[in-house]
Design a protein around this ligand. Structure first.
Ligand code: GUN
Ligand code: ZN
Length: 443
């Protein structure tokens, strides 16, 4: 199947500069055809000079922006039920809202409905790949993998490990959890685009024995990911210190269990110190920064500058249902505000890179997703530059279409799009070259 997509193409060839925006690493190709064959990107060329022949199906999105599909590196499938729940910090929020919602996923029908709704929602927000928390239930995790396989999406997920400090119906034990994980790995790990992650909720809800078992799983199975939460909330940090007095820090609890490596994704990492950041760099583990969740739950302000100075990777995540939107554009707009409160101005290139190529690199998947390079799978999202009259006017200002105001540079235009945009700007999502949400137009 040969498909040609016409749009303004934006992606990254390298890590953009921090601080003041420059065009380093930014590749912008206005009004180009992107050529997709057999689900993979095979080339691109200016619409002025390249005319795809009659054997190419054409989707003409001219005047729109086309980026690699977003990668959400930390999000909870069962928590669509509790997004936007009032009045609680992390530990209360888990008890009051989240655990009861996750208990419902013991019912296979609830789990199948939930998985379908969740993946449809990701695609409708322009997110084509994700690192996802399921629930403690094996069957619910099967449902999520099965739904992802139907979409042909790149999904990293696993059954949540919790053998203490969790309510009835959400606790496992070391031996049973190990059996469940092995069976899920045998069924799904490396099947199509599905990949398994040893999924530790957080150090509070796993015994040292369970953490050690999760570390073993990672050593036993090539390519296995590890995902968890770390240093999100000060009460949580205190609790972990009391539970693991032998550990130097919260992050060190995971290190001692052999859980930090290049496929380890740790959400939040707000309350880390310089030792922790050096450990992240040395092990290749990375932080999934979740700004809307951190603001909503009142957890704290992530220090991206310190992460950068320490040389460890940072990706961007919605963390729904602690986060308040699956939109990675909204998430990036929140990231800008968090850094502004820390006295740093995040540029749009760094932000968008962290949600595309940067995330793919942090996950070891840049050969497959995250940019528009030849040979990668055509996981793409096409966006309107604006939605509604206010954003439309702002975009006209950036383009120099408002008399008396000078045209602005590309960064200014993209920053305004990123700050004002959300899923209403989405025109179409493609997974491996197949339309997966939205619609096309043109011949
Ligand atoms: N820490 C442990 N569990 C969770 C969760 O579900 N969401 C968030 N944001 N933090 C957690
Ligand atoms: Zn989370």
């Amino acid at each position: 199947m040969k498909l040609a997509l016409r749009a303004d193409l934006l992606d990254f060839t390298a890590t953009p500069s921090w601080g003041s925006p420059t065009m380093d690493g930014v590749r912008f190709r206005p009004d180009h055809w992107l050529l997709v064959d057999g689900g993979r990107i095979v080339g691109a060329g200016p619409a002025a000079t390249l005319a795809p022949g009659p054997d190419w199906q054409r989707h003409d999105h001219r005047g729109r922006l086309l980026l690699p599909g977003f990668i959400d590196t930390h999000v909870h499938c069962p928590q669509l039920d509790v997004i936007a729940s009032w009045g609680a910090g992390l530990l209360d929020w888990l008890e009051t809202y989240t655990f009861p919602a996750e208990q419902r996923f013991v019912d296979p029908d609830v789990a199948a409905d939930g998985a379908a709704r969740f993946l449809d929602a990701l695609l409708a927000h322009g997110t084509t790949a994700a690192v996802v928390f399921s629930t403690v239930h094996s069957a619910a995790t099967d449902a999520l993998f099965a739904a992802a396989q139907q979409h042909g999406m790149r999904l990293v997920t696993g059954k949540v490990l919790m053998d203490r400090h969790a309510p009835d119906g959400l606790r496992d034990d070391v031996a049973g959890a190990e059996r469940d994980c092995e069976a899920l790995i045998a069924r799904w790990h490396g099947q199509g685009r599905n990949t398994y992650a040893a999924t530790i909720r957080f150090a509070v809800t796993s015994t040292p024995e369970q953490l050690a078992m999760a570390g073993e799983l990672g050593r036993r199975h090539a390519g296995l990911y590890m995902q968890t939460h770390v240093a999100e909330n000060l009460d949580e940090v205190k609790w972990v210190a009391a539970l693991f007095p032998e550990a130097r820090s919260y992050l060190d609890v995971y290190h001692r269990a052999g859980l930090l490596h290049e496929r380890a994704v740790l959400a939040h990492g707000i309350w880390l110190d310089a030792h922790d950041r050096a450990l992240l760099r040395e092990t290749g583990a990375h932080i999934a920064h979740s700004p809307s969740s951190n603001l909503f739950l009142g957890s704290g302000l992530f220090d991206w500058q310190a992460a950068r100075d320490a040389g460890h990777r940072v990706s961007i995540a919605s963390d729904v249902g602690g986060g308040t939107s699956l939109s990675m554009l909204r998430t990036l707009a929140e990231a800008y505000k968090v850094q502004a409160l820390r006295g740093t101005r995040l540029n749009a290139w760094t932000a968008l890179h962290a949600a595309t190529r940067g995330a793919a690199e942090a996950l070891g998947l840049a050969h497959e997703i995250g940019h528009l390079g030849t040979g990668t799978l055509a996981d793409l999202a096409v966006w309107d530059w604006s939605h509604g009259p206010v954003a439309g006017h702002r975009d006209a200002v950036a383009r120099g279409a408002v008399p008396g105001l000078p045209a602005q540079d590309l960064h200014a235009r993209v920053f305004a799009w990123m700050t004002l945009g959300d899923e209403r700007n989405l025109a179409a999502t493609y997974v491996a070259g197949r339309l997966a949400a939205g619609s096309t137009r043109g011949p």
